[in-house]
Each structure stands twice: as C-alpha cells, then as structure tokens.
Design a protein around this ligand. Structure first.
Ligand code: G1P
Length: 303
C-alpha cells in the first residue's frame, strides 16, 4: 500500500459526474439536465451537494457534458433575481437563491466525449491531485438522516485505500449495477471487497450486493483508470479501475447501507422521493399529508 492512501489528512474534495443523458426522463430532459429536475422545490443535484458539504467536502468538481449549462447557472449568482428579491424584502427566497452559490466551492470541467463513468472521474484528476476524494452520483439520493458518506470517510480513515457504498438489491436486479464479492470484517456494516464486476448477468454475479453512487477513493485510482480498457457497454468503467486496485492488493472496503435511498433516475423511485420529502417538510407537510390520506382513501374505494 502506498503512503498516499494511508495519509489520514481529511479530504475536502468531491467529484460529481453530471454528463449523463437522462434518457429515462425524456422528453423532460431534452433541454433540462436530469440533475436539475426538482425534488419538491430543490434540484436533485443540490441535495447531493448539501450532502457533500455536510460530510465536510465543500470542494466540488462537476464533470459536465453538452446541454448542462443550467447546472452552471444554478450554482452561480443571479444578480437580477437577487436584486428583485432584495427590493421586495423577501429574505427567505433570497437566502434560498444564494444558497447553491454560497454553500460550496463548485468547479466545472467538460468531459469532451461520453466514454464512461471511469473516464468522467479521470477528467477530474488535475483537480484531485494526490488526495483521497469522494465520488457522488447524482441519481442516488440518500436521506439526510442517514449519514452514509460520513461513515465511509470514517472507514477510509481507519483502513486506508478506497471505500464503496453497497446495497443489497436482490439477485434479480444485480445486472443494473456493479456487483462485489466480499469478506466480513469485525464491524457489522463493513466488508472487505475482493472482486468487482460491472453489470454482471445474474448467474455471473459474485453476490447480490450492489455498488451505489457513493465512493471514497484513493488517488491511485487515476493510474488504474488510465490503464483500464473499455468494459461493459464499451465504456471505461469505474468498477474495473477499482477492481485493478483490489487485485494489486490495495484495501477496498464496502459500507453496507441499510438506510433510505432513492434512485431519482428511475421514474417510480423519483415520484416516491418527491412524495416522501414533501410529506416530511415543515411548510408543505401538514397540508400534503392531509391530501395523501384523502387521496389514498379514494384509491382504496375505487380499486
Ligand atoms: C453506475 C456504476 C455502477 C453502479 C451504479 C450505481 O452505473 O457503473 O457500478 O452500481 O452507477 O447507481 P450506471 O447507473 O451509471 O449505469
């Protein structure tokens, strides 16, 4: 193991790939990036940045592609709107408009060609340098009461190397994910990862434990990704790069998540996320819960 992956200096950097096409949400995502779809009244991507900041990672690099300028606008100042709100004395909305600009230090880099998640992460190498860093995928919304990323950073500080978030998805769903072979450790929620396969067929999957969109990675991943040939779907896969680290003897651990997670890239899960988060809000929640109770009573009636 190298010195770099052992260094306990807390990382402050996170890479968020946002170059995906969002085909599952067409036509909504024809002109609007999928990461900007609102979950109640906040774009999905802002929840991801809130989570990063909460975990102590305020230095954000977004890896973007074509048609993503709305993301840059969202994390930039909007002087006209701000001035209008100031004139009206609408301090609550002013704070909400300023929040995305002020909460983090957001940078952007363009991934010229969509060559895969591994390639997107590699685009952020000059930003990351020789530090441990996190990768967060915009489709995975983790409930803010479940401190997954914080736990992963803790496990990385303890073991060095890299740490992935894992979820039991059932063998019939494993072909949509990266799958892992694991060994237990002393901690109940932590496993050692011995092998990884991207999007395996059910019969080839090493387990039904899937990688979900949170990673804490050692900087050695960049050298591994440079040597990674295209894999599943003809793309340079992050999973294959991490497998190379594990094969070379670098520690790779997994935190098995049992909390609340929504795949906002999936339409049904997206709807569930909107309903749950709206029902729990202090402002909208009471009226919305009343509506839901009435609505579901109607549904039971008409079924
Ligand atoms: C990516 C990763 C995959 C991981 C998944 C989690 O796949 O390649 O290993 O399991 O994210 O959401 P994608 O969803 O981009 O196809």
């Amino acid at each position: 193991m190298t010195q770099a992956s052992r260094t306990p200096s807390p990382t402050r950097k996170v890479v968020i790939p946002v170059a995906g096409l969002g085909t599952r949400f067409l036509p909504a995502t024809k002109a609007v990036p999928k990461e900007m779809l609102p979950v109640v009244d906040v774009p999905a991507l802002q929840y991801i940045v809130e989570e990063a900041v909460r975990a102590g990672l305020p230095e954000v690099m977004m890896v973007t592609g074509r048609n993503k300028s709305a993301i840059e606008d969202h994390f930039d100042r909007m002087p006209e709107i701000e001035a209008a709100l100031e004139r009206k004395g609408d301090h609550a909305r002013l704070a909400a408009v300023r929040r995305p600009t002020e909460m983090a230090d957001v940078h952007f880099i363009r991934q010229g060609q969509a060559l895969g998640l591994g390639h997107a992460v590699l685009c952020a190498a000059p930003f990351v340098g020789n530090d441990v860093f996190a990768v967060m995928l915009g489709d995975d919304l983790i409930d803010s009461r479940d401190l997954l990323l914080e736990r992963m950073l803790e496990v990385q500080a303890q073991h060095g190397g890299s740490v992935l978030a894992l979820l039991e998805v059932g063998i019939s769903n494993i072909d949509k994910y990266g799958a892992v072979a694991v060994q237990p450790t002393d901690a109940e929620d932590v496993v050692r990862i011995t092998d990884l396969v991207e999007k395996p067929r059910q019969e080839q999957a090493p387990s039904s434990l899937a990688i979900i969109g949170r990673y804490v990675l050692a900087p050695e991943i960049f050298a591994a990704l440079r040597d990674t040939p295209p894999g599943a779907g003809g793309e340079i896969q992050l999973t294959d790069g991490i497998k190379a680290l594990a094969t070379a003897g670098q520690p790779v651990h997994g935190v098995v998540f049992t909390g609340r997670r929504y795949d906002t890239g999936d339409r049904l899960d997206y709807l569930k996320a909107v309903v749950r988060l709206a029902a729990e809000r202090d402002d909208l929640g009471p009226a919305f819960r009343d509506f839901l109770v009435e609505f579901s009573a109607d549904l039971t009636h008409t079924q």
